[in-house]
Design a binder for this molecule. Structure first.
Ligand SMILES: C[S@@+](CC[C@H](N)C(=O)[O-])C[C@H]1O[C@@H](n2cnc3c(N)ncnc32)[C@H](O)[C@@H]1O
Length: 515
């Protein structure tokens, strides 16, 4: 006897569909002015005739991810007359390019079941006696009974009048026609409201959402996180192992802390401040060390941020030396003696600017813009996501189409200097979890630049990727960075077959996003 499927009653009940009960949404329609969706219910057994029933969008408010998936992938008007079984590639809501939605790691169930019903599945639904049909809901392949607690149990079909539908031929052409003509305004509004509700819960300065282009919303299959999430096989040095500066103190005279870089151990790894090597012998030693790859310990170092009082507007902003170079930034950490208000702690406190996710008008999907003026060198945000191994990144890349938006970011800054083998380099995947910076698009003439920021100089595999403004950015301007991140003298490969065209619109556009 197969397990029964619990389905909540239609709109009148306060019950909401539990997300783990829904297998997928199969179709949509408007009935008596109410937007409805045909739900295929999860069953514990394989069957091509699972329980199916229509429900109003209000009942599905806990399953908006499934509804959004369906809306993103449902056949567009031109595809409606395709024969059954023809290709139904999902379309990206963002780029208009072909995509196949990759299951998010939160969807445990998706890994266990087939997305399309298999021909070998057999119906193991048995019959039951004395069924009581509920006329308000079209139900297929079974019978619905009301119970006093508001739920309806689906029983296998028996007797006349029960319509049987096979998921291999769903939705039928009649259903598809009706779906095409049916409004989904309320549904789109609820999906948007849910996304905004989640945005409002993100700590820090507000993140808003704006779309004057269409009715889409960024995917609800995304979790806002404040720190990296480590996937299996990824190891990050424990915070206790962070070596802090021991010779510094919160006030080393004249309100100066680690800016006195000769004392600060954290800054030992930072770029050498050549302008402060004035003694000719020291200069000679330094140049020899540079030429022979010798140690640069003990030389004066460049402090990364403007201190308060230097240039009021740029206090905390990146100094020009770092802005113009690709040197990593080494911040102090919790094990340092310099205290919590050390000016060498900045990126680690996270985003401090208000941003807006918006739909771009030029086919680049969603973008990010600032809601306030940003000064040259101002820190904007870090790139967050799930840190995965190189092998897992390759697997994920191969599983998705090349045209699909990519959110993978390699942590390869120290690969060469630390002799890391390519397979030992970690990758950040910001697709399903991360922050608003996942929406920053590429430009060949960007206004932001990405920097390596480390708090634990002994961990060369896990560090932060931080975005800073390259120059003054007025409120409302889209934030962009160069995805290729090459030095000026590095050559860029010729675009290969299937290279993704760049739509940044800059006068010096390279024409290709990735080669
Ligand atoms: C990290 S995502 C950026 C956010 C993305 N636009 C979205 O809607 O989620 C990177 C993807 O955005 C799109 N993209 C970013 N910059 C672009 C550009 N200049 N031209 C064309 N597509 C771009 C590409 O699909 C790329 O794979």
């Amino acid at each position: 006897m197969p397990a029964m499927v619990v389905i909540p009653t239609d709109g009148r009940s306060t019950s909401r569909v539990a997300v783990d009960k829904v297998h997928s949404i199969v179709c949509n329609r408007v009935q008596d002015g109410v937007e409805q969706f045909l739900v295929r219910w999860e069953t514990s057994h394989s069957t091509t005739t699972p329980p199916l029933s229509w429900h109003s969008i209000n009942v599905l408010s806990r399953c908006l991810e499934e509804v959004q998936d369906y809306l993103d992938s449902r056949p567009k008007p031109s595809q409606v007359s395709l024969p059954q079984g023809a290709s139904r590639k999902r379309k990206s809501p963002d780029t208009g390019l072909d995509v196949e939605r990759r299951p998010s790691p939160f969807e445990g169930r998706l890994h266990q079941r087939s997305q399309t019903p298999s021909l070998s599945r057999s119906s193991s639904v048995s019959t039951s006696s004395n069924p009581t049909p509920v006329p308000s809901i079209d139900v297929y392949n079974g019978i619905l009974d009301s119970t006093e607690n508001g739920f309806i149990y689906c029983r296998p079909a028996s007797g006349a009048g029960i319509q049987k539908l096979d998921t291999r031929t769903l939705p039928t052409s009649d259903m598809m026609r009706a779906a095409r003509d049916s409004k989904v305004e309320t549904t789109n509004m609820l999906i948007r409201a849910e996304y905004v509700r989640r945005l409002n819960r993100v700590p820090g300065k507000p993140i808003s959402l704006f779309n004057s282009m269409d009715s889409s919303t960024p995917s609800l299959r995304f979790r806002y996180i404040m720190d990296y999430v480590l996937a299996p096989g990824v190891h990050r040095a424990s915070l206790d192992s962070q070596v802090g500066c021991q010779k510094c103190s919160p006030h080393m005279g004249r309100d100066i802390g680690c800016e006195y870089t000769k004392k600060c151990d954290c800054l030992e790894y930072a770029a050498v401040d050549e302008s402060r090597i004035t003694d000719p012998d020291t200069r000679e030693e330094y140049e020899l060390a540079l030429a022979t790859g010798g140690s640069l310990m003990g030389y004066p170092k460049k402090f990364p941020y403007f201190a308060e009082g230097t240039k009021v507007q740029r206090a905390g902003c990146l100094v020009n030396f770092y802005l113009k170079s690709r040197n990593p930034i080494y911040e102090c950490n919790n094990n340092c003696r310099c205290g919590p208000s050390c000016r060498n702690k900045n990126v680690q406190f996270g985003r401090t600017v208000e941003v807006e996710i918006f739909k771009t008008p030029s086919g680049r999907g969603w973008g990010l813009r600032c809601r306030e003026d940003l000064h040259e060198g101002q820190f904007i945000d870090t790139y967050r996501g799930e840190i995965i191994t190189d092998a897992e990144a390759t697997r994920r890349e191969e599983a998705s189409s090349k045209a699909k938006a990519s959110y993978l970011y390699s942590l390869d800054k120290f690969a060469e200097s630390e002799n890391l083998a390519p397979q030992d380099i970690y990758v950040v995947d910001g697709e399903f979890m991360g922050g608003p910076s996942k929406f920053i698009n590429h430009s060949c003439e960007p206004n932001c630049r990405q920097y390596t920021v480390s708090y634990n100089k002994h961990d060369c595999r896990v560090y932060d990727i931080a975005f800073f403004a390259c120059h003054f950015i007025p409120a409302g301007e889209e934030l962009t960075f160069d995805y290729l991140d090459k030095d000026d003298d590095e050559t860029i490969d010729e675009p290969g077959e299937g290279a993704i065209p760049c739509l940044c619109g800059a006068s010096k556009c390279r024409k290709w996003l990735w080669t």
